[in-house]
Design a protein around this ligand. Structure first.
Ligand code: ADP
Length: 552
């Protein structure tokens, strides 16, 4: 009897173990399957841009004298390389997340800049698919926040990018940002900090996902396996990365979706408010500003912004009213300090009105244009019609008031005065430390447009020798690769810093490396480097570094 009981217990135990093993086997098989389908997808995804790069290079070489043909090939090569780069970055991010090596940055950033950057990145893709992409902001209490803006941008671009990718041509995508005040929280060091909750919604009417897939959307390598989308490029890593980043930042993400109807993503993210004095605004308190706008919600928003800054908005919504009102104001010597032009009016195009006002009010009267359109597209016409400055949408209080203040105080806005940068650094000398010949060539070429003198070292050891043998102050800047044979960039930097000569401590050393993550930046700082520039080198970033260093 006793024995029977024992036997049953054993049997039950064995069955339980069996079930557990089976479960584990299933999980391992599923993981394996996901990994091997990832590998085969990946090799396909990598091969596609690689084929384009190799093919286009051959075509360019065989038509080397036909400028437009070569140019066309190069543009295609650039697109394919950018895509390839993003694939590699996704895979690297995922492996960092897997191994717990992903570090988040803590820096101050402007929400307005971040949202405008995102719009610049995603708009062209939506325009290409003739989609109606709206980016709106609701109540924003704090624009200056602390966090990791690059990772936040990655999250948002990924979600909006997917909405564009998985929505048919002429589809609709609505993106919305708002904030809620949540009082204060305590930082890791125990400091009291003001916090806001950032809400982000992205709604599309695209192909959507079914219930079953929605359960798996945040699992790495998972993609909807339908033939409709099999032609869409992707790795199935984006959403897993997004989910991980959102969790790491203490936020939450929800998805609702219906197959064939569309998807709706919502992120809620607590953010620390930056305590800093506001940029010095010089606005003439009590002066009136003529606000010409036909959309009621925008009239309300802009009026609030202006009133908060101590100005008095005078609202008009037709061109004719504006002309009559301004004529009287001019006659009675009570001109407003500026005119803000918004959306199209019923009775005349806004730029026509701008031209009219410019003519009657004279060249000194400030005219600002608030527009959804890309400034580069309308700049020529707008400036010719007499517009002085441009404020982009979604409309942030800081942007509006800073632009107005700059204009009233005689400075032109960034957008308004953006022109080609003519620099001449021929008095400066750079030591470029890079082991790969092709990379040397690329860097030298990028630097050559500035006229700067460049000397090249093939590895860290050679760099230290060249620096040691040079006269005091001979080099103005060192661009240092990290991974090199003989001696790496960290070691070379430490050795240069340890030399007993005056410029050993002061020479600017900029890390130039494919590792662009927070911990790599920390390592390069610890080795004694001043700045960090990720590879592949972005010419604009390189120019920024030179401009900073040479102070011109
Ligand atoms: P991928 O590189 O495949 O785009 P993601 O991880 O970004 O990978 O997304 C995983 C999958 O989730 C996509 O392949 C797609 O099937 C589905 N998906 C993501 N966003 C959307 C969306 N807005 N509409 C429909 N399907 C989506």
């Amino acid at each position: 009897m006793e024995n029977n009981h024992e036997h049953d217990r054993h049997l039950a135990e064995l069955e339980r173990m069996n079930a557990a093993l089976e479960e584990a086997l299933k999980a391992a098989e599923a993981a394996n399957e996901a990994k091997s389908s990832f590998l085969s997808n990946m090799s396909h995804d990598i091969r596609t841009p690689m084929n384009a790069i190799i093919g286009m290079t051959s075509i360019a070489l065989s038509h080397i004298d036909e400028k437009s043909r070569v140019q066309d090939c190069l543009l295609k090569i650039r697109t394919a390389s950018t895509h390839l780069m993003s694939l590699v970055n996704d895979v690297l991010d995922m492996s960092r997340i897997d191994s717990g090596r992903l570090a988040l940055n803590e820096e101050s950033f402007s929400l307005a800049d971040l949202i405008h950057d995102i719009a610049v990145i995603v708009r062209p893709q939506a325009i290409q698919k003739q989609q109606d992409l709206q980016i709106e902001i609701g109540q924003i209490y704090e624009e200056n926040l602390i966090g990791d803006p690059l990772r936040l941008r990655q999250i948002l671009v990924n979600i909006i990018g997917n909405a564009v990718k998985y929505t048919q041509e002429e589809g609709k995508i609505l993106v919305r940002f708002a904030q809620r005040l949540v009082g204060s929280g305590t930082s890791e060091e125990g400091k009291q900090q003001d916090m806001v909750l950032l809400d982000f919604w992205c709604e599309d009417n695209g192909i959507g996902m079914d219930e079953e897939f929605l359960q798996k959307i945040f699992i790495p390598f998972e993609r909807v396996n339908s033939s409709t989308i099999s032609k869409i490029e992707g790795t199935g890593l984006g959403m897993a990365i997004v989910k991980n980043l959102v969790d790491r930042m203490g936020g939450s993400i929800d998805v609702e979706s219906k197959e064939g109807m569309g998807s709706n993503f919502h992120i809620e993210m607590p953010m620390t408010v930056e305590v800093q004095s506001r940029k010095g605004l010089e606005l003439p308190a009590g002066s009136s500003v003529l606000l010409v706008e036909s959309l009621p919600h925008r009239v309300e928003m802009i009026s609030d912004y202006l009133e908060e800054a101590g100005l008095e908005p005078v609202h008009k919504d037709s061109g004719l009213d504006v002309v009559t009102w301004l004529t009287e104001a001019q006659y009675e010597n009570r001109m407003p300090c500026a005119m803000l032009l918004g959306q199209e009016l019923e009775d005349m195009p806004v730029l026509e009105l701008a031209a009219h006002v410019r003519q009657s009010a004279g060249p000194g009267f400030p005219i600002l244009l608030v527009s959804e359109e890309d400034w580069a597209q309308i700049e020529y016409r707008a400036v010719r019609s007499g517009v002085d400055a441009f404020v982009p949408c979604p409309l942030f209080k800081s942007r509006l008031l800073e632009t107005l203040s700059a204009l009233l105080n005689g400075r032109r806005t960034e957008e308004g005065s953006a022109g080609a940068m003519d620099v001449d650094y021929s008095d400066y000398r750079i030591l470029l430390v890079e082991d790969i010949e092709l990379n040397q060539e690329i860097a030298v070429e990028m630097l050559s447009v500035t006229g700067v003198q460049v000397e090249v070292a093939d590895n860290g050891a050679q760099a230290v020798e060249m620096f040691e043998a040079s006269e005091q102050g001979y080099y103005d800047l060192v661009l240092m690769d990290i991974q090199m044979p003989v001696m790496d960039g960290y070691e070379a930097t430490r050795r240069i810093r340890a030399l007993s000569r005056e410029d050993a401590g002061s020479i600017w050393i900029v890390a130039m490396t494919a590792n662009a993550f927070v911990e790599d930046i920390r390592l390069s700082r610890e080795a004694g480097m001043n700045e960090h520039c990720a590879k592949p080198i972005d010419p604009e970033r390189l120019q920024d570094i030179l401009r900073n260093r040479f102070n011109v």
